[in-house]
Write a protein that binds this ligand. Sequence first.
Ligand code: FUL
Length: 455
Amino acid sequence: MIHKSITRRSFLGIGLAAAASGIRFTRVSPPHTPIPSPQQLAWQNARMGMFIHFGINTFTGREWGEGTEDPAALNPAALDPRQWARTAKAAGFRYIILTAKHHDGFCLWPSKITAHSVKNSPWRGGNGDVVREFVNAAAQEGLGVGLYLSPWDRHERTYGDSPRYNDFYCDQLTELLSWYGPIMEVWFDGANGEGPNGKRQTYDWDRIHRTVRRLQPKALMFSDAGPDIRWVGNEEGTAGDPNWCTADPRRVPAPGNSTPEIIDALQHGDPPSGVTVWRPAEAPVSIRPGWFWHEAEDEKAKSGDQLFELYCRCVGRNANLLLNVPPGRDGLLQAGDVRRLEEFGRRLRDAFGHDLASNAHRRREAGRLELTLPAPAEFDTAVMREEIAEGQSIVRYDLEIWKAGAWQLLTRGTTIGREKMDRFPPVISEKLRLTVRESADTPHIGTIALYRQAP
Ligand code: FUL
């Protein structure tokens, strides 16, 4: 996260020009507002990641293992992360995140500091490494790689003996971040329990973050409290409205506390100001009721249409969608889930394959973008973008169309950010304009794309 400097003069200049065109700005921030790092920007432009929950739970049918499971339980007959990665790529996902270790403590890589790993399972004769195969498969498909390393570990004896477990956890992170090449996202959940000594573990987040920064300075860290990507505040794949990429870190000081105030802060972020940081939201949600595969849920996966709705409520509200698709006991994504992902991918291509405004004439003035299409067109969806490389500023906007010789209000919204999608009953027009009604800083309107969803 970087802070940019804006001189008051440049803002006033724009403010006066805007006043001349009748647009009102309310400046609410001091002259230093955050902008994304190049890695955050690339991650936001990726928009969708696939989450892979796989491990001992896949074989025991649980959601949270107890840590006492026998490593021999893990024995997938046909495990093939290339199938996961190909499926993800074909449906439009740009990165993929694997549960290298879930709460049960079982490691999908041959960790040197615990026996509770694939090296003691019969899979590939104890010489297998799911993380290695996963990373290679992602690279083959050009997907960014993410790893989930649960801090809560129900197997590890030192858990609850805080300094010793923090050593253990940082050693595991060190293995993962040293052995497998560049990692795009390190996923920290906030789960926190008691160890065998009856004491609650105190995580050393500062040290954990320093370890990641030292070993992989370009990796982005996800958690309730970032520091680079924040949890969106629910597991339903729904972003808040408004949704800022900027957040006041004082409102969510550490992962693992879900008070209503904290959930509100995660859902919405905070308007840019001198105390905020760039911390865009990611929305994890599972295609099935559970995170891990369960036979009983084979028929309960979300349909292509339901996934499309999730996309609109999440990517269409300035957050990244992290959709979980759990492989089954054979180590493959299940045929029914793959079918639904194909439907979803098709639905996205149908909906957004043809931008009706791609040849539009664009006229810009301070706080306004006006499009004139070559001919009247029918559309029911507008996707607006702010130039977030310059920060996120727009607090309120109006979208209007030219109809019967006058501008008429089409939609009215709050924040835009990387992407804001508005849907409405079909209209026919050749002119449309976006007007910023309130901005926390100099607004940088990017583009507007227009679509007619396939009926
Ligand atoms: C939570 C975990 O407790 C769930 O099992 C799942 O991994 C979800 C994504 O994060 O904190």
